[in-house]
Each structure stands twice: as C-alpha cells, then as structure tokens.
Design a protein around this ligand. Sequence first.
Ligand code: SF4
Length: 227
Amino acid sequence: MIRLNIVFGEFARGCRQCQLGIKSVLFITGVCPLNCFYCPVSRDRFGRDVMFINDRPINKFPGDIIDELDRAGSNGLAITGGDPIMVVDRVVELVRLLKDIYGQGFHIHMYTHALNINEEAIKKMAGSGIDEVRIHAINPAQLNGKLSLLRVLKDAGIELGLEVPALPRFEGEIIKVAEVLITNGLISFVNLDELDVSPANINNLISMGYSRGPMVVSLVVSTQALR
Ligand code: SF4
C-alpha cells in the first residue's frame, strides 16, 4: 500500500512535534456522547472514563503522566479521547500543571467535536493556557451555534484548526465546513487524515460500501496557503 502526505503551506506546530517524535499522546477519557460511524476508538475504551499515556494505562493522575513525559523526553502533549472536552476540568488542571513544570514552550493541543462544545467548557479552555485546539465537524450543520464559541478560543490566543478523516462521499460537506471556518477567520490549518480502520468501525465502513484502496492519503493545508 502506498502512503502519501500532501502538504500545502506549513504544518501546525503540534504536527511538527509529532513528526519529530517529541510529543506524547494522552488518551484522557473514552467518554463521548456521539456515535460517529467511522469512530475507530476501541470498544474497550470507548464510553469508559479511562486514561492512557502513550498507550500505557494511567493509574495515578497526574503522576503517571509526568513520569511518562519525563521518560519519553517529550516537548509537548496531544490530548485525545473519546472527547477531551467531556472532562474539561481535568484538561485544564493538567494543562496548567504541565505549563508550570515544563514552561510555556511545552506545546499542548487537543481534539474536540464541534457538537460537544458548550459555553461553560469553552470559557474554561480559553483560560487554560492550551496552545491549539483541533475541531472535528464533517458537515456545516454541526457548526450551528458554535462559531461564537470558537471565536472565544481564538480571541484567547489559541490556534484553531479543522481535523477530520478524509471520508469518501463526504468531501463536499467537509469542504463547506472548512470554508465556513476559514471565511470566519477562525482556523489556520486543515488536516484531512487517513481514515483509521479498526475492529470498532470495520463493519460500519463495510456497510457504507467502503473498501480498501491502493493508496492512503493525508492532506494538510495551512490556511495561509489558501490566501
Ligand atoms: S467524536 Fe470522536 S470519539 Fe466521539 S464518536 Fe466521534 S470519532 Fe468517536
């Protein structure tokens, strides 16, 4: 199988760190109220409030996270799930702690679905010191009522991007999402990732008529490249 990364403009800082292997990955909760048909999260984790750092189970929060960051020599952290916004207080506590320990240059980004954001959580995130938030939405309706909340994050100096899997037959809708976010001046990058296939989503993907092709493509666009 051929793997291809197509890049227009520059990678977001969080992506550059991952490329260099200097960023750890924290699965901060498996909780998410949504049920995306393409969700690749293991059913052992999905819906359960469990944590893993670099795929190691976390028993002590935040001690096990600090231990692993030190062991790995990481310069940053990617916070994923589930949806991290479902445990926003935990995210905020951790971001503040890590910035205290490692300094403001320790780069932290997280993922969240637009449907899960709300005013209370956004206010907490805006004051947390987090560097970058990657928004997930696959059609413009999922952004209804959310743009003003994203503006709060943007105005707080948080870099925003759109990151979704490159879903066949959803291309037009995903482009509309990007257009809405770009024309409102909210995002500085778009990442269209390879679609992860896992035991959790394989049956759904087959029922959608998807099949394996000869090539896996990831597309990264800095919105500056679009201007
Ligand atoms: S938002 Fe993410 S974790 Fe939640 S169901 Fe969709 S793909 Fe899975």
